[in-house]
Design a protein around this ligand. Sequence first.
Ligand code: F6P
Length: 326
Amino acid sequence: MGEQSSIAVLTSGGDSPGMNACIRSVTRTALSIGWRVWGVADGYQGLLEGLGRPLESRDVGGIIDRGGTILGTSRSPEFRETGNRKRAYAHLKERAIEGLVVIGGNGSVAGAHTVARETELNVVGVPASIDNDIYGTDNSIGFDSAVNTALDAVDKLRQTADSHHRIFIVEVMGRSSGAIALEVALAGGAEAAIVPEVPESAELTPLAERLTFNLKRSRKKSAIVICAEGAGRAEMIAREIESLTGIECRATVLGHLQRGGTPTSYDRNLAARLGWAAVKAVAGGMGDILVGLVSNAIRHTPLEDVTIHEHRFNHQEYALLGILSI
Ligand code: F6P
């Protein structure tokens, strides 16, 4: 009998609902093919300290429905320094690790590409971010859950907005992505979305004219505008819109609420499929790739491409929002 093969798994960057379901999938898939699994604590930062602990099947029991990540996560500036990374590589070598699964967003995927280039490890990225801004997959783990959390808030805000005939500006997460804003706006029947991918959406004079028409001429009871944090701040927009329309305006920032909560069935099953695909790729000798889901099929994309290209914004859906919000 030869040495037992080993794989390490870490979660990195902003947490997202479904990361735990993915850790479970990676662990149990690896165990099912006889591999040993190491769960690295706190992302790349933890890798600088050591390999964490071996994970058994029971260690990942009862976590499928929990938001956050049992492994912990971080954004690690230290790992960006070559000297520090050498320390991490020594830990991986010491334990004869053959593969590394990195569950995280764009920054984490870029880190995975660096590790793949600097070592002989088979490094596989799994897209997990509420922002849904990762190239190589239709959806990233956590996006659907975050959208549903934000949507629940928007549905509630609509009730008070209607009662007071007010305009609400609701700020959702998305540093450089309007994906959450668009999805929530369409599903919530919002009057508009302000997103970084459509710069003219942030022009407040035409927006104020539309909202005035909606409330004063079209007899709508209220208006809701969803704003991606990367496209403007709700408080400032609300002040400006109130002065342009003369209609009472309120701002709500949903913030980190969107990062927590129970993952939806979509995110849990996406996590299950991508975790499985990541381990299969490593066991098949593949590395420096992202496993994603495109048109409901597993797709392998070189990490190099993921770091260069951007996730496509759905302009058709954005146009539909305008049509339906009259
Ligand atoms: O990348 C996911 C994200 O939730 C962004 O939408 C947001 O801008 C950022 O993380 C917030 O990061 P932090 O939790 O470090 O404040």
